[in-house]
Unconditional design. Structure first.
Lengths: 217, 200
């Protein structure tokens, strides 16, 4: 898979620092599953974390803390138990698998227009972001729209074109606030994207803006 | 002196931890390959005070900070076989373990996506021992580069990596537009990028 469009460096940095909200983390991790170059880049950015840990001040450790650790070892399994593998479906990278247990075929799409469908994936209740799948019919245009905050769009299948180029499976569009663009899905195949969006309110207002021309609401 | 010429570590004034970090990788490999509890104790002495300081700053109280340090070091013990396959700088690997625990316990979100990516990375390649040395050197170079980073860029990195704040939270805390936070982070990235190792 040749990936042409990658996250912005500051987005990968926030991922390495562990400060992205859950939906953004899942989208970036899914891109990383598809992009070896960005995995290497994140490993480098984690070295920044290592350097900062080395510079860290030292807090006082209780006299019994080491003994406590050593006695815990004896009751500890030799290796970290691996989390139970989640059944993966064709075309579903492992970081996305927990959110798509039935695979791409079993998604319950909600029709949002003549050639636009949406499915919301469940993220932890305290998340400040939403994770959605968006499907645009082959050849159809998404209405031109600005972004109500930080938006990450990862192409899972199919492809679209906009003024930033051609986005196919594995490509990620990392857009901010006021970027206007008009993606048009390529002919021949529906385009399915994994999208992380800001908090519910921003999402709703943006969704309304996107869907208004489609639904006439 | 002969021994001194063998050890041409650049003199970084009062930064005393360059040699111990190279040792830390060797200690981690002893834990992985020989289940060596003395090596784990030495790692605890090196890292526990720093990890605790990090957890306290994130708002953990004394007891929770102690527990998170225990859990980090216990994870080091249990997962050292994964370090032995992936290698890199010891401090970076321990940082990622602490980061993931922080996501699970402080943010109350799931660090599973990180674990999945780590598993993919381990399956895809195994760095050579040459790369271990390079990565330990990388961390030393990054520390030197951080020391001369403009103050406002270091502030953003510190709030992100050390204080666990999102870009939005940093913008709120500093009273800056989000775009300014992002561009400062980008500038810091561009300054650090040349010392981080090969472009992929």
């Amino acid at each position: 898979m040749t990936v042409a469009h990658h996250p912005q460096p500051e987005t990968l940095m926030a991922y390495a620092a562990g400060t992205l909200d859950q939906a953004y983390t899942v989208v970036i991790a899914t891109h990383l599953a598809m992009c070896g170059a960005c995995r290497g880049e994140v490993a480098h950015l984690e070295d920044v974390g290592g350097a900062i840990l080395e510079k860290e001040a030292e807090a006082k450790i209780g006299a019994d803390a080491l003994d406590r650790l050593l006695s815990a070892l004896d009751g500890s399994p030799e290796e970290e138990p691996r989390p139970a593998p989640i059944k993966r479906h064709e075309g579903v990278p492992s970081p996305l698998a927990p959110y798509l247990k039935g695979g791409l075929e079993s998604i319950e799409w909600k029709r949002k227009g003549p050639k636009a469908w949406l499915a919301e994936l469940e993220v932890p209740a305290n998340s400040h972001s939403r994770l959605v799948l968006l499907k645009v019919g082959a050849g159809a245009a998404m209405p031109e729209h600005g972004h109500g905050g930080h938006e990450l769009t990862l192409i899972l299948s199919g492809a679209y074109n906009d003024r930033f180029g051609r986005f196919a499976a594995g490509d990620l569009a990392d857009h901010d606030d006021d970027v206007d663009h008009q993606p048009i899905a390529e002919e021949g195949e529906d385009c399915i994207c994994l999208v992380a969006l800001d908090a519910p309110l921003a999402f709703k207002s943006r969704l309304m803006r996107v869907l208004q021309p489609l639904t006439g609401l | 002196m002969y021994a001194a010429s063998m050890n041409e570590a650049p003199d970084r004034g009062s930064t005393p931890v360059q040699a111990p970090q190279a040792d830390a990788s060797a200690l981690l490999l002893r834990v992985a390959e020989h289940r060596d509890k003395q090596a784990l104790s030495a790692l605890f002495t090196l890292f526990a005070p720093k990890l605790k300081s990090m957890m306290l700053r994130l708002g953990a109280n004394e007891a929770l900070a102690d527990d998170l340090v225990q859990e980090t070091m216990l994870t080091v013990w249990r997962k050292s076989h994964l370090y032995a396959r992936r290698k890199g700088a010891a401090s970076t690997w321990i940082y990622t373990i602490a980061r993931n625990l922080r996501i699970d316990h402080v943010r109350r979100l799931s660090s599973r996506p990180y674990a999945d990516v780590e598993a993919i990375e381990i399956e895809s390649d195994a760095p050579s021992s040459q790369q271990i040395i390079e990565t330990n050197e990388t961390v030393s170079r990054v520390k030197a580069a951080l020391a001369i980073l403009p103050k406002e860029q270091m502030e953003i990195l510190s709030l992100s990596y050390e204080h666990d704040l999102s870009q939005t939270e940093i913008a709120e805390k500093l009273g800056l537009p989000l775009g300014t936070v992002k561009s400062r982070m980008r500038l810091a990235y561009e300054k650090l990028r040349p010392v981080l190792g090969d472009l992929q």
